[in-house]
Write a protein that binds this ligand. Structure first.
Ligand SMILES: Nc1ncnc2c1ncn2[C@@H]1O[C@H](COP(=O)(O)OP(=O)(O)OP(=O)(O)O)[C@@H](O)[C@H]1O
Ligand SMILES: [Mg+2]
Length: 265
């Protein structure tokens, strides 16, 4: 099947919640010039990508409705960035998704391929996926999404417990990653240089990518309580500077997929 340029970027973490996946995913999406579709699967989080982008997704049919039930999904425009469209998890999410996603892996796979093709037809060049920390909620769907990701940003906090859950994630899912054509970046968020000198061990997971450290910045916390997207403001300066550098690297990484991935689907 023909797939014109379309790069899929997955933002994931270990089982530790609240490491900053949704904040990072929402900010990266806003920084691209090209059209970005965000699959907003951060279904167990407080602040989701949709909330940051002021997209009202209540009662909207989403990607899980399509993958699990075959119902068409909707794309809701961001009110913050003109280039961003949000595809919510949908009405079938959370616990119901884990029950429903037990059947037929290959059907989920075929539907996911079709969903990507539809997004490409509608002009999206990047598909950015935010995942929940509790991946049980997505069950087999998670493995499919992981398999089709060109670039993976594995986000962690620098705490020992968060790093531990990242190691566990690796032992559970590295088999899915073994096809070797993916880029894997490690993003250490909420980093405080004086406190955390234990993160270099994570370099071993990097594949063709980088280990990025994003500083702890209290202004991010303040903005997120009102679901304001940090990257749209001059403060938090520390967070925005690091996030913009990470974005530039990811943008370069996406260039690798021009023309290369056309036959992948
Ligand atoms: N670099 C940072 N400095 C300070 N606070 C941050 C930073 N990054 C994220 N946060 C804050 O951490 C909290 C959790 O962030 P976020 O919701 O993005 O995490 P998550 O990984 O998506 O969580 P969940 O697993 O619940 O979906 C938010 O209040 C956010 O503002
Ligand atoms: Mg989240």
């Amino acid at each position: 099947m023909f797939r014109p340029r379309l790069v899929t970027i997955l933002v994931a973490s270990g089982a530790k919640g609240g490491v900053g996946k949704s904040t990072i995913a929402a900010s990266l999406a806003a920084l691209f010039d090209v059209k970005v579709a965000v699959l907003d699967l951060g279904i167990d989080g407080n602040t989701t990508v949709a909330a940051y982008h002021k997209a009202c997704v209540d009662d909207t049919r989403g990607i899980l409705d399509y993958l699990l039930l075959g119902l068409d999904f909707e794309i809701v425009e961001s009110k913050v960035s003109r280039n961003v469209g949000i595809v919510p998890a949908g009405r079938v999410s959370g616990i119901r998704a884990s029950i429903l996603s037990i059947p037929n892996k290959s059907l989920v796979k075929t539907r996911y391929e079709k969903a990507l093709l539809r997004l490409r037809r509608e002009g999206y060049e990047i598909v950015l996926i935010d995942t929940p920390s509790n991946v049980e909620l997505l069950s087999t769907t998670y493995v499919t999404i992981l398999y089709y990701s060109d670039i993976i940003c594995l986000v962690t906090e620098p705490t020992l417990s968060a790093i531990e859950t990242l190691h566990k994630w690796w032992s559970n899912f590295s088999k899915v990653l073994s096809k070797g054509s993916q880029i894997l970046n490690i993003v250490v968020n909420k980093y405080i240089e004086k406190l955390h000198n234990n993160v270099n061990s994570l370099r071993k997971y990097v594949q063709d990518g980088i280990l990025s450290k994003i500083p702890f910045d209290a202004a991010v916390l303040v903005l997120s309580t009102n679901a304001e997207l940090p990257i749209m403001y001059t403060e938090p300066a520390k967070f925005n500077k690091a996030l913009t550098s990470l974005f530039k690297i990811i943008e370069e990484q996406t260039m690798k997929y021009i023309g290369v991935q056309q036959l992948r689907l």
